[in-house]
Structures are given as structure tokens and as C-alpha cells.
Design a protein around this ligand. Sequence first.
Ligand code: HEM
Length: 132
Amino acid sequence: MELKISNPHYDMLGGADAVKRLVERFYEIMDTDSEALGIRRLHPENLDSSREKLFMFLSGWLGGPQLYVEKHGHPKLRQRHLPFPIGASERDQWMRCMERALIETGVEEKLRAQLTASFFKTADFLRNKEEA
Ligand code: HEM
């Protein structure tokens, strides 16, 4: 008998298709929401590689296949974000896009609250700008 000891967010969300939908919607929002203009400007004009990297990263981060690590090695997220000035405003813009994406792709409320809290911790950890 197989004993299931964990139910990762990856499965609760709906697996690869759901993660892909979330990432697609996230960048559509970043690309069109005027309140996200500040962080949109930090990204390349063409978002294809951003989409692919975030999808691969989130797959593992949510408890699914470690696609990013297999292809690129350790994510070193803080280090990789150092070229971009990230303060509370940039963090909040990122969170706004992600919270909208979670709602607009129909993620159920309890899971959405858990994921929002985890995303916030990661986004806050990426702040690298001195602020008054
Ligand atoms: C706090 C606000 C954030 C800002 C302003 C920001 C901005 C950026 C920018 C400008 C890039 C480089 C362009 C690209 O490759 O897409 C990037 C890359 C990336 N970001 Fe963020 N990001 C933020 C938060 C996050 C969070 C919370 C996560 C994960 C949950 C994340 C995951 C990634 C990943 C996986 C990459 C690709 C890294 C690489 O392989 O180069 N970012 N981000």
C-alpha cells in the first residue's frame, strides 16, 4: 500500500498546467497593469524567458519537479536579483501581480492565502535597496 505523506501545493494547485496558467497570467498582468509599470521596466521587453524561468522555478518551489535546478542549478534568487533595485514598492508591485494572477486563475481561497504568505516571504527576502 502506498502511503501518501504529503500533499504539496503543486498538486493542490493542479500540477504543471495550473502552474503554467498562473505564470502566463502573472506576466500578462505585469505587462498591462499600470501599477506594475515600475517592475515591468526592470524586465526585458520580451518576457518569454522570464515566463519559462519562473514556471520552472515555481514547479520546484511548490513541491513539484525541480525543473529549474535541473537546468540552471541552484536558483540563488537573492544573488540573481541584485542587479535590480528592489524595495518595498517593487516587492508590493510583484505581489499585486501575483495576487491578481492567483485570483484570476481561480485558485481557491485557502490555498491562495497560504501561497500569498509564502510568496510574500520570498519577495520580501529579495529586497536589496536601502530605504528611509
Ligand atoms: C520582489 C520583487 C521582484 C522583482 C522586482 C523581480 C524582478 C526580476 C527581474 C527583473 C528578473 C530578471 C528578468 C528575468 O529573467 O525575468 C527576475 C528574474 C527571476 N525572478 Fe524575480 N523579481 C521579484 C520577485 C521574485 C519572486 C518573489 C520570485 C519567486 C517566487 C522570483 C523569481 C524569479 C526567477 C526564478 C527569475 C529568473 C532567475 C534567473 O534564472 O535569471 N522573483 N526577477
